[in-house]
Design a protein around this ligand. Structure first.
Ligand code: NAX
Ligand code: K
Length: 523
């Protein structure tokens, strides 16, 4: 697992390293600069021209040190200082003061008129204007400079290296504050920041590498894995354990209430995806009349049918009560429940969700997806019952469903993913996978996972049904609700990436995502 640090965490880590661990800031700055120079020198033509844009804080300080090291390596380096040198302080001032000995030209703000021609002559532009200390929207001369940098990259093919984070990107939210540098590459220090992983920041960062600058792991902000992401190598250790001496009962029993007359496909996709995670048995609770369709497509499933009396909107009793007896029995012995895929907005599913919430022991993980979420949004008493399940519920809303659950406009959810996922965990006392181009998973205890797998080819009908099946399949094998949710989101995206490689991002379907689910300890 790789930790992800917010701006405040990063600041706390720096302070602790300096004040308690007694590591001088200038040593950290030197290490930070060296890591950027390492990436630059493998890509830059020997003796090539590099223009370093420096701001007035420590990000600018990194820039001065980078310029000095590049000069020592024989590069043709100039600096543009975006501020008054008399107001530099601390480690940034120390590094600035060394520049004249190395004969590095420093342009000032009153020389901005020659910037265009200088930029045009440069092979690489280094953005050390602002790092994690960006505190307000960028405007005025700095805005013009950023436009110069972006124009040179787009029109002249200059390459841009961002130091820690592209200037103008908010380190916590990924939002653009006024304007922002577009980089080809970012070297970020210590840990990834959310702003490099969330849109639009993700698109501005280009290729991201994380550099160790010597801050010890014992620093409190780095110790706990509260906010994190997963890399490929993390996966084998997280998958449910399998033994040679085992049988289908060893790998859980998933009760899936899914499908309706007009939406059998969603149920099939979810069930098939659950089986692909390794779950021992999937039992599908569905209306009797769709049984033949499901059974023909998915011979592996066991079916617990119920009988619908009438499909009306007045929401009286709509399911034949005696037909629910087998479902009640199955709920007592299953190891996880999934509800919602392919339900559609018919009336009887409200009653069905009530039965599921009544009869499922509260420690059994329950995944609520699609129309089950719409019921929660419109029926406060159902939401209360979810809250009482003590965090063993997983909600998997897309932005529209999240908007209904929080009663806010979609645009507000989309612009505040981090806040929205937290509000959902609090409101429903549940783990939440908020599905977007970058999916976030949060737990009611405040843990946060930011996903990095997946691609635009996954924006296709049925993709969510596959995800719900994966998460439920993992939960049925004994993973905690939160772990099943974040691992499921990672694996869903990884299967989507494989599907895009094989089928092409335009042509891939949800069935291709499901087909490319291949879990094994040796990935
Ligand atoms: N020990 C440390 O703290 C280390 C810090 N490092 C670097 O230091 C950076 C953080 O440094 P700082 O906290 O000094 O912050 P920054 O260098 O990101 O910028 C802070 C400065 O910009 C000003 N400012 C903020 N927003 C502005 C805006 N919109 N328009 C104009 N001025 C604005 C602030 O008043 C302050 O002077 C990191 O991103 C990293 O690059 C590295 O050197 C590693 C060690
Ligand atoms: K920067």
């Amino acid at each position: 697992m790789s930790k992800v640090l917010f701006g405040a965490d990063m600041h706390a880590a720096d302070e602790y390293a300096m004040q308690v661990c007694k590591i001088p800031g200038i040593i950290l700055m030197e290490a930070a600069a060296r890591s950027v120079v390492e990436r630059l020198t493998v890509q830059c033509t020997p003796g090539g021209r590099v223009l370093v844009f420096c701001g007035m804080g420590n990000n600018g300080g990194d820039g001065f040190a980078i310029a000095r090291m590049l000069k020592q390596k024989g590069m043709n380096v100039k600096i543009f200082l975006n501020g008054d040198p008399d107001r530099l302080k601390g480690d940034a001032l120390t590094n600035y003061s060394m520049l004249s000995a190395y004969k590095i030209p420093v342009l000032r703000q009153d020389q901005v008129y020659i910037l265009d021609s200088l930029i045009d002559q440069s092979e690489w532009l280094v953005d050390a204007l602002f790092g994690t200390g960006l505190a307000r929207d960028i405007d005025g001369l700095t805005e013009q400079i950023i436009h110069h940098i972006n124009r040179a990259r787009e029109e002249n093919g200059a390459k841009v290296m961002a130091v820690d984070i592209p200037s103008g990107i908010d380190a916590d939210s990924g939002q653009i504050r006024g304007c922002a540098v577009k980089a080809d590459e970012t070297v970020t220090f210590v840990c990834k920041k959310p702003g490099l992983m969330l849109y639009p920041g993700k698109e501005h960062a280009g290729h991201v590498t994380v550099a160790d600058i010597g801050i010890p792991d014992s620093v409190p902000a780095l110790e706990e894995e509260v906010k994190f992401t997963l890399e490929r190598d993390d996966i084998p250790a997280l998958l449910p354990v399998r033994y040679n001496r085992s049988h289908k009962g060893s790998y859980g029993r998933l009760l899936m209430a899914a499908g309706s007359r007009n939406m059998t496909g969603a149920a099939i996709l979810s069930a098939r995806s659950a089986y692909k995670t390794g779950v021992g048995l999937v039992d599908m609770a569905l209306p009797k009349e769709i049984r033949p369709v499901i059974q023909t497509s998915l011979p592996e499933v066991v079916i617990t049918p119920y009988e619908i009396i009438k499909e009306t909107v007045d929401c009286g009793s709509t399911i034949e009560q005696s037909s629910l007896a087998p479902l009640r029995e199955q709920l007592a012995i299953c190891s996880a429940v999934l509800a919602g895929p392919g339900w559609s907005q018919v009336c009887y599913v409200q009653e069905l969700l009530g039965v599921l919430l009544d009869m499922t022991p509260s420690h059994i993980p329950m995944v609520l997806d699609a129309d089950a979420l719409n019921i929660l949004a419109s029926r406060p008493e159902m939401a209360e019952r979810v809250c009482r399940r003590g965090g063993h519920t997983i909600l998997t809303p897309h932005l529209g469903e999240a908007a209904r659950l929080l009663q806010k406009p979609v645009q507000e959810i989309s612009a505040n993913l981090m806040d929205s996922v937290r509000q959902l965990t609090e409101k429903y006392n549940a783990c939440v996978a908020l599905k977007d181009a970058v999916t976030l998973v949060a737990s009611p205890e405040g843990k946060l996972y930011i996903n990095q797998t997946g691609n635009h080819g996954m924006a296709t009908a049925g993709s969510g049904d596959v995800l719900a099946g994966i998460i439920a399949g993992l939960a049925a094998q004994g993973l905690s609700a939160f772990k099943a949710a974040y691992l499921g989101v990672y694996l869903h995206g990884a299967a989507g990436d494989l599907a895009a490689q094989k089928e092409g991002a335009y042509s891939m379907t949800a069935s291709d995502i499901c087909r490319n689910l291949r879990f094994s300890k040796i990935n």
